[in-house]
Design a protein around this ligand. Sequence first.
Ligand SMILES: C[S@@+](CC[C@H](N)C(=O)[O-])C[C@H]1O[C@@H](n2cnc3c(N)ncnc32)[C@H](O)[C@@H]1O
Length: 259
Amino acid sequence: MTETVPGSTVGLVSDVEIEDDATYYSRRHAEIYDFIHAARGRDWAGESDELAERVRAVKPDADSLLDVACGTGAHLARLADHFSVTAGFDLSEGMCDMARRNAPRATITSGDMRTFRAERTYDAVVCMCFSLGYMKDREELEAAVAVMADCLAPGGVVIAEPWWFPENFLDGFVSGGIAEKPGLVVSRVSHTVREGNATRMSVNYTVAESRGIRSFAEQELYTLFELDEYLAAFAAAGLRAEYEPGGPSGRGLFTAVRA
Ligand SMILES: C[S@@+](CC[C@H](N)C(=O)[O-])C[C@H]1O[C@@H](n2cnc3c(N)ncnc32)[C@H](O)[C@@H]1O
């Protein structure tokens, strides 16, 4: 069965059982996220060390950091070695629970990057792995970037990773990976197509463990914002952003400070 996730306006549909209103990264997805993506080459510790370097290049005395759409807290677990105060929030309760487990030194809350209000400001605000791509139009993108700007302490820096730009997205892209350890094998295959100014990624997961094999599928929608649309969203939030190609995934990185 395919159903729209209740309460979600991020345009994500899924045929997994929805376990609460606030999330579409289901608990069963959250439980295998780190395992399968590490096998596919994600190195959150290495990314975090580089993030800390980038932050200190702008603000050498930076000592607090907020991770927007922190996922399983894999960055925060390492970033807590670099910053005295670390915090993160995510829309998915399942991801937040994993983050509380993985990053016990960080303060984790559930929240939506389009509306989140922090109780304090941070020297650095990061948003990694194309999470901004979930914004369904310019208005949502501007709202999310404004939230990041509001969370920023004077002299602070925002570092954010975009989804692909329209000109470098490969329509029909397929990808796959398998992660194995004694007693657990997880496979993930994905197919991504263009739908207007968005991309739809269909992902099938199979998990084999001693009690048996289960499979589930998820679909995600990401907007193909142009570089100028990201830059305009930063400018609208009073931030001056620079885009650097490359970054941890090839999609590049934005570094933004108050204009
Ligand atoms: C691809 S994962 C990235 C997680 C983590 N930042 C990383 O680098 O591994 C995307 C995350 O964005 C979160 N997310 C999606 N829409 C969101 C929103 N509107 N507000 C907060 N988090 C959101 C999802 O729940 C998911 O944990």
